[in-house]
Design a protein around this ligand. Structure first.
Ligand code: FAD
Ligand code: SF4
Ligand code: SF4
Length: 498
């Protein structure tokens, strides 16, 4: 009986693939987990109890058929396991690496709930799909029939790429526009290599190109080409531009030299990892080497910044967060990895002000311009830190941080990285588009199921609709939107334009 190989969770302890030592991995930007060996993947998959109502599956945004591919892996039937895995996911090797599994599939595994330790679903998903690539099972999409209709997709992140894949598979002509020089969105330029090696993303990009998806890179819509021109060229348009406006701090010296945005810092680091020339890194501005680094924020972006700074050779790395460990939004797994690598977390702390020291430019400006205005050029020297405590829960049940008067102190810093979250840019204004409705948060208003916006034939997915979210949700949106667009173009489904 098939399930004889399963239900081993009582006798077999949970194991993740081997993690490289903190000392070794802190020296490079390679992924920190090694691959499962075939026998280990089968052993770990066999821990699954094949639940009749699999909570892992219902808490996976893609509703991946997890119990089936675990059973097939346990039985050594990897080709079939891969077929089941890729049937519901466009980028399974990427989700297996970077989904916050502790909050999604694994966090809801019944074995985890019963205290035996979750089935290592993400690591097995990664394993199955890495084997598929190695074995050459993943070949270019060959649509059964070519169609004349074309779709313009703005944004080559996971939302746009997932839609491109599904539409191309149906034979549509797909063009993806992106302002960056490489496709992949935040998978390429946001998320560091130690979580997601860049070859894994570039391989997918190439596969899409081999499948007939056209990429128009270095092309910023609204600057290099107008949104109306894209609408004029294509029968339908998908907006998948993500969110990039950084939330800021309203404190003294907020613009001091050495205070940088997380997205600029991480993008520069990823570009250097590709071997690109990055002037702001070469001149030291976005390089943490030898510096006392303070990162502000408690989300996954902050975790990526602190761990990048360690790898760049920072003198010290501190992470300020205004709540405690239990109440931080970032993944606990990532906090543990960061601590192992030498990051110090300063919980219940917020920046009160930045203290700068005047640089040489100040003296120069005085000499050159004796009677003119004095230029106050300052470089970060320290962060004045305010200590907090958790107060009464607010309406959402979350305890709000409150200031502890008189407990401030100064923390010396040479580089401060702001990782306070992202907001949408004002696309209707930037692109000069009338009638493209947005929500009060500035995200694009789109129908939850069809992803149609207020403009006929224009759809939107991913972070630009949800606000800053996850790769797996962008993939789901992209897949759903592809279905709607196909219906819209072929008349197979009637989609309301409102
Ligand atoms: P994006 O990935 O942002 O892609 C949007 C694309 O649109 C970009 O390539 C951009 O260049 C392009 N674009 C924007 N404007 C224009 C324009 N005007 N013209 C042309 N092109 C344009 N999620 C996880 O699940 N796991 C993680 O570990 C994780 N880590 C993260 C780490 C960081 C540092 C950040 C910032 C995010 C992380 N996320 C993570 C979130 C995840 O990356 C996003 O939710 C996801 O990438 C959103 O996908 P998207 O397709 O909507 O947008
Ligand atoms: Fe888990 Fe993410 Fe894979 Fe779904 S896509 S099974 S949530 S790792
Ligand atoms: Fe297997 Fe856990 Fe999913 Fe149940 S919840 S099917 S034990 S992985």
């Amino acid at each position: 009986m098939a399930t004889q190989k399963m239900l081993k969770f009582v006798s077999t302890p949970r194991e993740m693939p081997e993690k490289r030592s903190a000392a070794e991995r802190s020296e490079d930007f390679h992924e920190i987990y090694r691959e499962f060996a075939r026998a280990k993947a089968a052993e770990q998959a066999s821990r699954c109890s094949q639940c009749g109502v699999p909570y892992c599956q219902s808490h996976c945004p893609l509703h991946n058929n997890i119990p089936d591919w675990l059973r097939l892996t346990a039985e050594g039937r990897l080709y079939e396991a891969w077929q089941v895995s890729q049937a519901t996911s466009t980028l399974p090797e990427i989700c297996g690496r970077i989904c916050p599994q502790d909050r999604l599939c694994e966090g809801n595994c019944v074995i985890e709930q019963s205290g035996h330790g979750t089935v290592t679903i993400g690591a097995i998903e990664k394993y199955i799909n890495d084997v598929a690539w190695e074995e050459g099972w993943i070949t270019a999409v060959q649509p059964g029939q070519e169609r004349a209709e074309s779709i313009g997709i703005i944004g080559a992140g996971p939302g746009g790429l997932s839609a491109a894949h599904m539409l191309r598979a149906r034979g549509f002509q797909v063009t993806v526009y992106d302002r960056y020089d490489r496709a992949g969105g935040l998978m390429t330029y946001g998320i560091p290599g130690f979580k997601l090696e860049k070859d894994v993303v570039l391989r997918r990009n190439q596969w899409l190109a081999d499948s007939g998806v056209e990429f128009v890179l270095n092309c910023a819509v609204g600057e290099d080409i107008s949104f109306d021109a894209i609408r004029g060229k294509h029968d339908a348009v998908l907006i998948a531009t993500g969110v990039y406006k950084t939330r800021d701090l309203d404190i003294d010296n907020a613009d001091a030299g050495g205070v940088v945005r997380a997205i600029d810092y991480l993008t520069a680091s990823n570009k250097v990892d590709f071997g690109d020339e990055v002037p702001d890194f070469a001149d030291g501005e976005l390089d943490a080497k030898g510096k006392r680094v303070v990162v502000i924020g408690g989300g996954d972006t902050a975790m990526d910044c602190v761990r990048t700074a360690i790898r760049q050779g920072a003198l010290s790395v501190k992470c300020l967060y205004r709540r405690d460990r239990a109440n931080m939004p970032g993944s606990q797994r990532e906090v543990q990895n960061a601590e192992e690598e030498g990051v110090e977390f300063v919980w219940m702390s917020a920046p009160g002000k930045f203290i700068g020291h005047v640089t040489g430019d100040f003296a120069a400006s005085q000499e050159a311009d004796v009677d003119g205005p004095v230029r106050t050029v300052s470089q970060i020297a320290s962060v004045s830190i305010q200590k907090m405590r958790l107060g009464a829960p607010d309406v959402t049940g979350r305890q709000a941080p409150e200031l502890i008067e008189g407990a401030d102190y100064d923390e010396p810093a040479d580089l401060v990285i702001k990782a306070l979250g992202f907001e949408p840019e004002d696309l209707p204004r930037l692109w000069g588009v009338e009638g493209l409705e947005v929500t009060r948060w500035g995200t694009i208003k789109a129908n939850f199921q069809t992803h149609q916006t207020s403009l006929p034939g224009v759809f939107a997915v991913g972070d630009i609709v949800r606000g800053a979210s996850l790769v797996v949700w962008a993939i789901r949106d992209g897949r759903e939107a592809a279905e709607s667009i196909a219906g819209y173009l072929t008349g197979e489904a009637r989609i309301a334009a409102e």
